[in-house]
Design a protein around this ligand. Sequence first.
Ligand code: GMT
Length: 376
Amino acid sequence: MRIGISCYPTLGGSGAVATELGKALAHKGHEVHFIVADIPFRLGEFHQNIFIHEMDTVTYPVLRTPPHDFSLAALMADVIVERELDILHTHYALPFAVCGFLARQMLGDHHPVRHVTTLHGTDITVLAQDKSLMNVIRLGIEKSDVVTAVSRDLARQTSDLIQIDKPIMPIYNFVDTDQFRPVHRPLVRQCFANPDEHLLLHISNFRRVKRLPDVLNVFDQVSRSVPARLMLVGEGPDLALAHEMVRSLHIEDKVHFLGRQDEVAELFACADLLLLPSEKESFGLVALEAMASGVPVIGSTAGGIPEVVAHGETGWLAPVGDVDGMAKYAISLLQDNGLYRKFSENARARAVSLFNVHDKVAEYEAVYESLLGNRK
Ligand code: GMT
């Protein structure tokens, strides 16, 4: 098939999922065209069957801001025609699903290209809650031929929150379990912790929904009970707040701020626990990447996290904001070697059996094929 993929190219789970999907599809022999504002951060080196179409930015004094979304929609339409795409797969409702709709309008009603949209989370749980955006997001969803969501919870929330009858098909996110796997990385690990210390990890875009204060308060409690250090990976609006809290908790010597990192598999491999206390989380790709690396997760019960992390088997989950509960869970796991080993093995096994890249890519292919079958 010839498949166009449009997504946010910068740091973020939706871009990571879209890029990994494109790479896996290209690896299976499909022709994949990324229609993007920039080169997706996870793309890495050259890949056979992958083509990049970068959007141009138009500026003109009359325009208050460059008309990015219209430029993207026009580029989508051009690529669909020139490369004879069968499928356009947009990731994240805004602007991508809506740009896809506009692109198809430009091509006319009878153009055979089919449009799939994958909803990722805050496109529904935050943006679609804004009255000024709800209708345009609903339009993008209603006009897509098939809409998928990355968890059952997000599928349910989409139907409830924006009241549409269109079926939303859950297709879970996935992980490359060869890339993310339990391996000893003593040389990397010794950069962050002494042999007798536990190493905790948090990775995010440091937005309010990630609850950085909870990450630090949980870690503070843990490090008072067991020797521990924390790696904070990422950047975003709450970075300054995190620095401030680290200073006020006097844990500067125990917390490593690593900033934005594109290659994180090694960091997962040397961590002991992942902290994910989010307020909203449609899926929690980092939780899955941790589990694939044999790292249990201490997190909240928000959104789709309980579909990824099996409470009491691959990690422990507590209600959003229950810092004491999460800290107790983390301490109990770190103090019990046997239980820790069991959780670590369970985590890896769950990631391999339920969320492996091969099965999930096959689910997307089946969606595309069913649409092309209907088209014939
Ligand atoms: O919705 C967002 O916050 C952005 C998005 C992203 O691009 O990182 O994250 C969402 O999509 C990821 C990939 O499907 C999910 O793993 C994240 O859970 C989800 N984030 C939220 O729901 C907060």
